[in-house]
Ligand binder design. Structure first.
Ligand code: PGA
Length: 248
């Protein structure tokens, strides 16, 4: 049985003081349950958040990293540096990285390998853009992204993977995939994972839905058989909204 994961993606929001305010407000009303909670924050907040959430059970993660351990890559952060902060998760291949920072499937594959090498649990994002959905290519696009991202990744490593299905047309737009659309694609992803790694390993991999998840649609989405949790952007910035989603 997979434990659901609700992960908040803060994107490029919150200064250190805003993050501290969030932590205080959230922790006032949060009690750990059988839902795992993670906050994926800007690099500048990670050390503070690891400290603030230390005894709460809430996990902390980054939103991106370089694939090299170190080197002449001005402005980048390495997996070694992240591991040193005791974070648990890192988003890899978010559509905003693919779109604005030209991240290719090959780079995503290298980053995934680096995450596994350092014991950081990657949350791999896949998803089609609107025109691809409208022309019936959504499954093919997601299948290709997943196969390329997982090239040469062994079953032993893949067991620690989380996949987030995030249709790009639903991110930050207020448009949500219907529970059926989301559930169907998550089932496609599960089948690919079974084909690549066998039932036993595929069974351990959580598949999240992301894209305009809000307190009022979370329950319906999370009740879909193949959806093991949510990657929440905008609605994770407010402690009350995020708590409502966590307690779906
Ligand atoms: P959203 O973002 O919830 O604001 O649509 C989701 C994401 O980008 O992970």
């Amino acid at each position: 049985m997979r434990m659901p994961l609700i992960a908040g993606n803060w994107k490029m929001f919150k200064t250190r003081s805003a993050a501290a305010e969030f932590a205080a407000a959230f922790l006032q009303n949060y009690t750990a349950s059988d839902v795992e909670v993670a906050i994926l924050a800007p690099f500048t907040n990670l050390a503070d958040l690891v400290q603030a959430f230390k005894s709460s059970g809430v996990k902390i993660g980054a939103q991106n990293m370089h694939f090299a351990d170190e080197g002449a890559y001005t402005g980048e952060i390495s997996p070694l540096m992240l591991k040193d902060l005791n974070i648990d998760y890192c988003i890899i291949g978010h559509s905003e990285r693919r779109q604005h920072f030209a991240e290719t499937d090959e780079v995503v594959n290298q980053k995934l390998k680096a995450a596994f090498r350092h014991g950081i649990n990657p949350i791999l994002c896949v998803g089609e853009v609107r025109s691809e959905r409208e022309t019936g290519q959504a499954s093919a696009v997601v299948t290709s992204q997943l196969n390329k991202a997982l090239t040469d990744i062994k079953a032993r490593e893949a067991a620690g993977l989380t996949v987030a299905y995030e249709p790009v047309w639903a991110i930050g737009t207020g448009l949500t995939a219907t529970p059926e659309q989301a559930g169907e694609m998550c089932a496609v992803i599960r089948q690919i994972l079974i084909d690549l790694y066998g039932e036993e390993t595929a069974d351990q991999i959580r598949i999240l839905y992301g894209g305009s998840v809000k307190p009022d649609n979370a329950t319906e989405l999370l009740n879909q058989y193949e959806i093991d949790g949510a990657l929440v952007g905008g609605a994770s910035l407010d402690p009350v909204n995020f708590l409502n989603i966590v307690q779906f």
